[in-house]
Design a protein around this ligand. Structure first.
Ligand SMILES: *Cc1c(COP(=O)(O)O)cnc(C)c1O
Length: 426
């Protein structure tokens, strides 16, 4: 080892991992066990009382998952992370540490369709109220704030249209309001954008997408930037008040700049229970090793396909922030100079019917509800991922009836273009 600070690609391969101390295994082993033997009664008691770090039970922590947590924390520039069973679980656990019944959070309207559902319908039963704001109008975040606002939630590159968010402008509003900014960085991955560098306090991911990268495992993660003071104004009692089940310790006071990640683990994951399987953690870790290589190829292919589509006579419009002239191109150049991601939308002159026909004529592209796979994917959001919205809300979310969404994989770009060509001329 040298004193140099490792670069991103080195961290993607090595961060958090070392040869297994007992066997010498170089790849991170899958610790497929529910529980871990204590040294003695004192050791057991100190683990349960949070006086010592260590493994107890895989719902709360597991050594394979710990490598994944350290690796993603390193890639995002955070102090600590918590891996969970899905991207949605990451969102629930994050907000559960921040909101009490009757509280509010402000969220960007352009979001993953599942997040819109979760925030609008399921969270109502917890008494958490979402107030929507418009990513294209930063002032609307300010206008949506109230004394009960506990957080702001945005996506760095937003679904479904691949629009790029001005994170710094919204971080400034969050700072003035004294609430944390949560950024869903799923579509960008830390290879393209590191939200913490732009003022995010918490980063969440669906590991299911580009980080895992191979369409084989569901997972999620929460990264603590270590930047937020949870004791201010007694707004966040989960973090600042004594915890009866842990001998009255206060999480923020005890754990300082990784208190949020600890609260997510020892309160959220412990009690809500969506633990990530160590086998999935292993697959996702393997995926992350090639994240920089894959992400660059995803972006380069996406740009080539977007350029091809924007020159096609059957295409009405292409919404890809990586294209010069796109309304988000300047923001993209600032936040993600390596590429504007691999998920974008376009519309056909033939409208809804032409869109549906195109989807069924494609052969290499898979028609399914996912993004961030090595394989290229296609979907018609208005009839699937965003079907729960009314027509006006669909258009506002960037999922109007004529819109087709692509997630560009890492195949040869000429094959992708040839498949689009045959489907468009069919
Ligand atoms: C897929 C996705 C989610 C939800 O993640 P799951 O792993 O499917 O629970 C959240 N946000 C974004 C941007 C996503 O693409």
């Amino acid at each position: 080892m040298t004193d140099r600070l490792p670069g991103f690609s080195t961290l993607a391969v090595h961060a958090g991992a070392q040869p297994d101390p007992t066997t010498g295994a170089r790849a991170t082993p899958i610790y497929q066990t529910t529980s871990f033997v204590f040294n003695d009664a004192d050791h057991a008691a100190s683990l349960f009382g949070l006086q010592a770090f260590g493994n107890i039970y895989t719902r709360i922590g597991n050594p394979t998952n710990a490598v994944l947590e350290e690796r993603v924390a390193a890639l995002e520039g955070g102090t600590a992370a918590l891996a969970v069973a899905s991207g949605h679980a990451a969102q629930v656990i994050t907000l559960q540490q921040l909101l009490m019944p009757g509280d509010e959070f402000v969220a960007a309207r352009k979001l993953y369709g599942g997040s819109i559902n979760q925030f609008t319908h399921s969270f109502k039963s917890f008494g958490w109220n979402v107030v929507w704001a418009d990513t294209d109008d930063v002032g609307s975040f300010e206008a949506a704030l109230s004394p009960r606002t506990k957080a702001i939630f945005i996506e760095s590159i937003a679904n479904p249209g691949g629009t790029v968010t001005d994170i710094e402008a919204i971080a400034a509003i969050a700072r003035r309001a004294g609430v944390p900014l949560i950024v869903d960085n799923t579509l960008a991955s830390p290879y393209l954008i590191k939200p913490i560098d732009h003022g995010a306090d918490i980063v969440v991911h669906s590991l299911t997408k580009f980080l895992g990268g191979h369409g084989n495992s569901i997972g999620g993660i929460i990264v603590d930037a270590g930047t937020f003071d949870w004791s201010k104004g007694n707004k966040y009692p989960m973090l600042s008040e004594p915890r009866p089940e842990y001998h009255g310790i206060r999480i923020q006071e005890t754990f300082g700049n990784f208190a949020f990640a600890i609260a997510c683990r020892v309160l959220g994951l412990r009690d809500l229970g969506p633990a990530l399987s160590p086998f999935n953690a292993f697959l996702i870790l393997t995926g992350i090793e090639t994240l920089p290589l894959r992400m660059q190829k995803h972006c380069d292919n996406a740009k080539a396909v977007a350029e091809y589509l924007s020159g096609h006579k059957a295409v009405a419009a292409v919404n890809y922030a990586g294209l010069p002239g796109d309304r988000y191109n300047n923001v993209a150049r600032k936040y993600c100079p390596r590429g504007a991601g691999a998920v974008f939308t376009f519309s056909l002159k033939g409208g809804y019917d032409a869109g549906v026909k195109l989807v069924s004529n494609l052969k290499l592209f898979s028609h399914l509800a996912n993004v961030g796979d090595t394989r290229s994917l296609v979907i018609h959001p208005a009839s699937t991922t965003h079907s729960q919205l009314d027509d006006a809300a669909k258009v506002k979310a960037g999922a109007g009836p004529d819109i087709v969404r692509l997630s560009i994989g890492i195949e040869d770009r000429d094959d992708l273009i040839a498949d689009l060509e045959q489907a468009l001329s069919a």
